[in-house]
Ligand binder design. Structure first.
Ligand code: C2E
Ligand code: CA
Ligand code: CA
Length: 699
């Protein structure tokens, strides 16, 4: 092959490789000298069609582009453009418009300029054109979005200087674009958070990963705003990071809502203190961090003494005031890092963290703090126009590490608090294991009492009450528990627990029913008429709202004369709400029921409030009877009580009479009713019936 041919072949291959279609026109003759049909084949046309288009290519050129092509050619012909360059669309066989470009030039055919040729190439630029179109659309969308976005948008260069800010950001900022562009965030007056901001921009430059965070800023009007910022890397076509875009969204409103929801879920609405949920959450943290630090912590349960009585007597509004003030006092005497929470009701819980790692020292620290709590809660409370003194019972458990579960810790603090109550209230108790054993016994006792109730293990004993002639006029009904294993259990060993657990209510009802049934039986026999039965009533029974109704229901359903029943109440019942007590007593008295004040002389109720009560009888407490006649103080008290009862027109009965000396002293001072071992122990019903009948023989 000659050198010329080889060059020609090389040229053809190069054109082929570059995807170029060569053409040449003779400008003098207008004749098409060279035209390949590559374009037409590419567009999907057959040979015949290609030939026809070669004659008149404008047949398939987009009508809008034809004038452009012509202008471009003319401009070149007239020497305005040194080269002919033009981009246009051509219709493909499938009906789509495909972009092509023509590059060409007029050249002299030979040295003497005798002929001019117009020579050039056509090539497909469809991909590039589509890309450009897309980018143009995208750019437009981006501009519209960014420019009008309510979010603040800034673009940062490698030195963290802003090279773009949108409208939202420039209007937010005093001085607008001018003070923002070319500056770093740290040069923005106001927040020190901005230094951190720059570090974050740098981090995005380094890692290419998005960073999100919240930033507190001040608007030009001075308003505090919270912005959620997202920093995103922006890449160039080669993939390297050129800028970082920061988009800020004002989430102040959202934050306020978030905070509200948070408050509702984790804070007590009355006192504003953390609630049970948050407390448990904090306790979890305490357990975790104390495992690491080995420092001691304390969980403190605080329960206000007699809160229920205050709530019932003065109303819930006053109760709420007390709780609020208690919350304030507790918060005031705690350190910032301690948690004071309200568990509900009148129960407050405190977590003391990071105490000493020596247990004795930690105990000492806790005791000191709790003495402070005790003192501060003992200050009188001004509750609207009521001045009240309220005391707390405090239970404490000290712990370190996560040896115990949260449930166990709460249980232990609760047990300790319960012990503080038992120890007479207004005091502090640390948890110890003996307490737990006692509590466990107690709860098994509670179960046994329930069991006893359903298995009818309770029995009534009757202790005679006699008059000055020694004749039995009635009996006090005393409860006995016939335990299948432990034998007979006396009331002092189970009544207090029955009272605490509320089991005394069904027990009391059962006693009342048995008493009525017994009276009904006697109603038909020789024990008729004048025999009275005295029944002990616990404070919590009496305080039930429907107490009166329940009692009336019992004797009406059994159909006995209520005048044969005396209810024994104690002074503690009167301490609560005296007018309510009187109302209940009067309702029952209307039906004929009588009332006795039991254990008289041991309570703290004032004489004036006692005088208001519609009592029929007072029972001198056995502790005074025990000491007469030898003990002068007791003798004086007994005499005074008798005189007072007689003055008020109430019957006086002495209980616990064991000796004739006691009986004689009492008779001498005009007390003519007695109860005690001297006349008979409490006894089962058949024995009581026998004793009663035998006395008829005697008399
Ligand atoms: P209380 O009402 O003061 O009952 C009198 C207690 O003194 C009874 O003890 C009785 O056995 C005892 N006693 C009677 N005579 C003498 C005596 O001469 N000397 C001495 N040292 N003691 C005497 P008991 O039966 O063990 O009852 C204890 C307490 O249990 C009662 O004290 C009462 O408060 C309560 N209780 C008993 N039965 C019931 C009941 O059915 N319901 C309620 N709510 N409480 C009851
Ligand atoms: Ca009694
Ligand atoms: Ca008594």
């Amino acid at each position: 092959m000659s050198e010329q041919d080889a060059n020609k072949e090389r040229l053809e291959l190069a054109l082929e490789a570059a995807g170029l279609d060569l053409w040449e026109n003779d400008l003098v003759t207008g004749e098409v000298i060279c035209k390949t049909s590559k374009v037409f084949t590419e567009l999907g046309y057959g040979e015949e069609e290609s030939l026809s288009f070669m004659d008149d290519v404008f047949k398939i050129v987009h009508p809008e582009d034809i004038p452009l092509i012509k202008t471009a050619i003319n401009n070149h012909l007239r020497g305005i453009a040194t080269q002919y360059r033009c981009e246009f669309r051509v219709l493909s066989k499938s009906g789509a418009w495909v972009w092509y470009a023509n590059y060409g030039k007029i050249m002299d055919r030979d040295e003497n300029n005798s002929g001019r040729r117009f020579i050039g190439v056509t090539f497909n630029i469809d991909d590039r054109k589509r890309n450009e179109e897309m980018l143009a659309v995208r750019g437009q969308v981006w501009r519209t979005l960014v420019e009008n976005s309510p979010d603040t948008i800034a673009r940062y260069d490698r030195e963290c200087r802003r090279i773009y800010v949108n409208l939202a950001l420039s209007t937010l900022t005093e001085g607008g674009e001018k003070v923002l562009l070319g500056k770093k965030p740290s040069e923005f007056p106001g927040s020190h958070d901005y230094v951190d901001y720059e570090a974050k921009i740098q981090e995005v430059f380094e890692t290419g990963r998005d960073i999100e965070f919240e930033l507190n800023i001040k608007s030009r009007t001075g308003k505090e705003l919270c912005n959620h910022i997202r920093l995103t890397a922006e890449h160039d076509s080669s993939g390297s990071i050129v800028t970082v875009m920061g988009v800020g969204r004002d989430i102040s409103e959202l934050n306020i809502q978030r905070q509200k929801i948070n408050e509702m879920a984790f804070y007590d609405s009355l006192t504003g203190l953390p609630n049970r949920r948050l407390l448990i959450d904090r306790l979890q943290h305490t357990l975790a961090s104390s495992t690491r630090s080995s420092l001691h912590n304390a969980l403190i349960f605080i329960d206000l003494d007699n809160f229920k009585t205050l709530n019932d007597t003065l109303g819930h509004d006053i109760g709420d005031l007390l709780l609020k003030q208690t919350a304030q006092r507790l918060t005031a005497c705690m350190r910032q890092e301690d948690t004071v929470a309200r568990m509900g009701g009148d129960e407050f819980v405190i977590i003391l963290e990071n105490l000493s790692n020596h247990i004795q020292e930690a105990e000492f620290q806790v005791e000191t703090i709790n003495k402070k709590i005790l003192t501060i809660l003992n200050q009188p409370y001004q509750l609207a126009n009521h001045n009240r003194h309220i005391t707390p019972s405090i239970g404490i458990v000290i712990f370190s590490g996560n040896q115990f579960s949260i449930d166990e810790l709460m249980k232990r603090a609760d047990i300790a608090m319960y012990q503080a109550k038992k120890a007479g209230r207004n005091t502090i108790r640390f948890f110890d294991l003996d307490m737990q054993t006692a509590i466990e016994n107690r709860s098994s006792l509670e179960e046994s009492i329930k069991h006893a109730l359903s298995r009818q293990q309770f029995e009534l004993y009757y202790q005679p009450q006699v008059n000055s002639t020694g004749r039995i006029v009635g009996a006090e009904v005393l409860l006995r528990w016939q335990h299948p294993v432990h034998g007979m259990i006396l009331p002092d060993d189970f009544i207090p627990i029955a009272e605490e657990t509320g089991l005394i209510i069904p027990i009391g009802l059962q006693v009342m029913k048995s008493v009525c049934r017994q009276l009904k039986i006697w109603g038909n026999g020789p024990l008729k008429d004048n025999l009275h039965l005295s029944v002990n009533i616990s404070a919590c029974q009496f305080q039930q709202e429907d107490f009166v109704k329940k009692i009336i229901n019992v004797f009406e359903s059994v159909d006995i004369n209520p005048a044969r029943i005396t209810l024994e109440i104690t002074e503690s019942m009167v301490l609560g709400n005296i007018s309510e007590t009187i109302k209940k007593m009067q309702a029952l008295k209307k039906k004929g029921i009588k009332f006795a004040m039991d254990d008289f002389g041991t309570g703290h109720s004032s004489l004036s409030s006692l005088k208001k009560l519609p009592l029929d009888q007072i029972k001198i407490d056995q502790s005074f009877i025990h000491d007469i006649p030898e003990n002068n103080d007791a003798a004086v008290i007994v005499q005074t009580i008798i005189a007072m009862g007689n003055n008020l027109g109430m019957e006086v009965i002495a209980e616990g009479v064991e000796t004739t000396a006691q009986k004689d002293f009492l008779i001498q001072h005009q007390c003519v009713n007695f109860q005690g071992y001297l006349f008979g122990n409490p006894m089962p019903v058949n024995e009581f019936e026998r004793v009663f009948k035998e006395q008829d023989f005697k008399w």
